[in-house]
Design a protein around this ligand. Structure first.
Ligand SMILES: O=CCCCC(=O)O
Length: 494
């Protein structure tokens, strides 16, 4: 049986290779209700395939399977857990072409970007394979000498991982990697729009020997109905979510019932500051990356370009030239640099935000319209003279739109940059070292890109402050999100 409505032989082959069931207790199976959900190709709006659509009963089965696997998995040797991750890294890299094609089909991003994401995703496994064997502890003498302190790190326990559609594999490996390294069994719920990459990943982990029940996968069109009972059930001890701030707030409320450990990687509204003393070549290069990586569908995307008056016109001219030259099309086509947005809702939001900015007086330099054809395309767009009250300055655009405003001095720039409830990442371009350090310290965000448009790296602590989230993913601290600290007081007679 083929499950694919994809249009070329290769496309059909990679879609058909993906298991379409739920993965629970080491077995692929249909939803208890027998229901399926449709995965669309965002470049055509047409159905790509059907996958099982979990209901609450399936979610509970997944949680029970994770709870049953927890104790023995926690007891597995760290080296063995690391070897599973390392093997999965190798397999992912061996199959990068097929996995990239699959990702492009379900999500829309061009093949080169999908390959970039697959590499990024695999690197989280390589990184956490190395971290699995470096879980530390401590031994200390109490200040009065009368006891000893033994400090142990233990897996937090069953973890619920909810991942977004924009980076369908990397946001999975960023959570699954440390969960496996730490010894946590899990239930994973990928986004409804892009389940296929996660299904492929679950199959790879099973293939390389992840014990049954450690990773359970529930794909569903009813995220709340399936996940809320799991969050409120005492067997789960950890919730890790990447997605919007409003949804994150709801999940935090639910998680408070059982006082779950939470990691929240939420929305952003990244300012991109260009000072008069910036190297403009670097700034434009950085701007293209910070804006156009993933078609702008990233929480890290530069949302507000704040440019000092002396270079504002030249910056706008150069970025307009670059944005206008980008090739838009189906991500599978040779030479395409900008694919469709993920769905009609995402595209319509961009349409609305641009219309609002223009109605309030913003100038369109290029783009400003959705693309032609049936898919969810939006043309790369540059706006200038964007008034501060335009919605585009306070809401995540999640599309290929660069909105430029002008500032006069450093204090104004910092005040404008920090004038948001979000605090994920800020970008800063200046060749003045004192200003670079001063402004980096004053920016209210968990990450700063200084003369670079990319902060994401598996070896670095990724995360935000304010309403952009809680906790850090990746880096040496990423595994801590899945570990508890236990202290044993030891009486010491001397
Ligand atoms: O939308 C946010 C996902 C973060 C992607 C990254 O790691 O850069």
């Amino acid at each position: 049986m083929t499950n694919s409505a994809a249009s070329s032989t290769d496309e059909a082959r990679v879609v058909d290779a993906v298991p379409t069931g739920l993965f629970i207790g080491g077995e692929w199976r249909p939803a208890a209700s027998g229901r399926t959900l449709t995965v669309d190709d965002p470049a055509t709006g047409k159905a790509l395939c059907e996958v099982a659509d979990a209901g609450p009963e399936d979610g509970m089965d997944a949680l029970a399977a994770a709870a049953a696997a927890q104790q023995s998995f926690a007891a597995m040797a760290p080296r063995d857990r690391g070897e599973i991750l390392r093997s999965a890294y190798e397999v992912i890299m061996d199959r990068i072409d097929d996995l990239a094609l699959l990702m492009t089909l379900e999500m829309g991003k061009p093949l080169t970007e999908s390959r970039g994401e697959i590499t990024y995703a695999a690197e989280f496994f390589r990184w956490f394979a190395e971290e699995a064997v470096r879980i530390g502890g401590g031994y200390a003498v109490a200040p009065n000498g009368a006891s000893r302190f033994l400090v142990q790190k233990q897996p937090v326990g069953v973890s619920l991982l909810i991942t977004p559609w924009n980076f369908p594999m990397a946001m999975g490996t960023r959570k699954i990697g440390p969960a496996i390294a730490a010894g946590c069994a899990m239930v994973v719920k990928p986004a409804q729009q892009t389940p296929l990459s996660m299904h492929a990943l679950a199959a790879i982990l099973a293939e390389v020997g992840l014990p049954d029940g450690v990773l359970n996968l529930v794909t569903t069109s009813d995220a709340g109905g399936v996940m809320e009972p799991l969050i409120r059930d005492g067997r789960a001890r950890k919730l890790s979510f990447t997605g919007s701030t409003p949804v994150g707030k709801k999940l935090l409320e639910q998680a408070s019932e059982q006082v779950l450990r939470t990691s929240m990687e939420l929305g952003g509204n990244a300012p991109f500051l260009v000072f008069d003393d910036a190297d403009l070549d670097k700034a434009v290069e950085g701007a293209m990356l910070a804006k156009m990586r993933n078609m702008g569908e990233a929480c890290t995307a530069a949302n507000r370009f704040l440019v000092q008056r002396g270079v504002a016109e030249e910056f706008a001219r150069r970025i307009t030239e670059r944005m206008g030259a980008l090739v838009v099309g189906r991500g599978t086509d040779e030479g395409v640099q900008v694919g469709p947005l993920v769905d009609a809702k995402g595209r319509d939001k961009v349409v609305e935000l641009v219309r609002d900015a223009v109605d309030r007086g913003a100038r369109v330099h290029v783009g400003g319209e959705p693309g032609d054809g049936p898919g969810y395309f939006y043309r790369p767009t540059v706006l200038s003279d964007v008034p501060l009250e335009a919605r585009v300055t306070s809401e995540e655009i999640f599309g290929p739109v660069a909105a430029i405003s002008v500032f006069d001095d450093e204090d104004d720039a910092v005040a404008a940059a920090n004038d948001t409830e979000f605090g994920l990442v800020s970008y800063l371009f200046t060749e003045n070292i004192s200003r670079a350090l001063r402004v980096s310290e004053r920016l209210e965000s968990g990450m700063v890109g200084l003369n670079t448009g990319l902060v994401s790296n598996p070896a670095a602590p990724f995360g935000g402050i304010k309403q952009s989230g809680l906790g850090r993913e990746g880096g040496t601290v990423g595994i801590d999100e899945f570990l508890e600290t236990k202290y044993v007081a030891i009486g010491f007679a001397g």
